[in-house]
Design a protein around this ligand. Structure first.
Ligand code: NI
Length: 195
C-alpha cells in the first residue's frame, strides 16, 4: 500500500524517533509499504517519520546510483543495496567531507549541496531483528546519513547556510501549504481548507 509522504513543516519530521521492538504491530507490512511508497516516489531512501511515524526505522535502495552510467567511480556494488535499518545508532563518521546535491521526498523540488564525511559506521537491526555493525562509504553512506538524520528529527535543509535557507523560505512555506505539484501522494501540515 502506498502511504502519503509527510511534507516539510509537519512536526513529526522534527521528532527524535523512538526505538521499536520485535513485537511492534504490523512491522513487516509497514516495511513493505515503505518500500512501495519509496519506489513509487523514485526515492533512494525513506524514514518512518516521513510516513508519519516517529520511529527509529528507515530503508534504502541505492540501485539507481549503479544505473547512472555517467558515474566515473565504480558503483556496481550499489546495485541491489536494499536495506532496512531498525534502531540504528551511528558509531562514528570518518574520512574527508564531500559535497553532494541532496534532495528529500518530504521537500520536493529542492536540491542543495550538503557536506558530510565520506564514511559512516553504525549498529542496527535488520528486518529480522538481527544485529549488525557495518561501515558504509560513498553514495551508500550519503543516503544512510540523510535517512539517519530523519530519525533524529533533522532535515538536509538544516545543513545549508542561513542565507541559502532564507532564499528557500518562500518555497518551503509553499511546500508546507501544499502549493506545489508533485507526482506522488503527500500529506501537508496546513491543509487547504484551514487557510
Ligand atoms: Ni529525506
Amino acid at each position: 500500500m502506498i502511504l502519503p509522504i509527510v511534507a516539510y513543516g509537519d512536526p513529526v519530521l522534527r521528532k527524535v524517533g523512538e526505538e521499536i521492538d520485535e513485537n511492534y504491530p504490523g512491522l513487516a507490512v509497514l516495511i513493505e509499504n515503505m518500500f512501495e511508497t519509496m519506489y513509487e516516489a523514485s526515492g533512494l531512501g525513506l524514514a518512518a517519520p516521513q510516513v508519519g511515524l516517529p520511529l527509529r526505522l528507515f530503508i534504502i535502495d541505492c540501485s539507481p546510483f549503479a544505473e547512472d552510467e555517467e558515474n566515473a567511480s565504480d558503483v556496481s556494488h550499489l546495485k541491489g543495496l536494499r536495506k532496512v535499518f531498525i534502531n540504528a545508532e551511528i558509531i562514528n563518521e570518518q574520512g574527508e567531507e564531500w559535497e553532494f546535491q541532496e534532495g528529500c521526498l518530504s521537500i520536493p523540488d529542492v536540491r542543495e549541496p550538503v557536506s558530510r564525511p565520506e564514511k559512516v559506521r553504525l549498529r542496527y537491526r535488520d528486518e529480522n531483528f538481527e544485529q549488525h555493525e557495518e561501515e558504509f562509504d560513498g553514495y551508500a553512506a550519503r543516503v544512510i546519513q540523510h535517512e539517519y538524520d530523519h530519525i533524529e528529527g533533522i532535515l538536509f535543509t538544516d545543513h545549508i547556510s542561513p542565507l541559502k535557507r532564507r532564499l528557500l523560505k518562500r518555497k518551503l512555506s509553499d511546500i508546507t501549504k501544499g502549493n506545489i505539484s508533485i507526482a506522488y501522494k503527500m500529506r501537508f501540515p496546513t491543509p487547504k481548507r484551514m487557510r
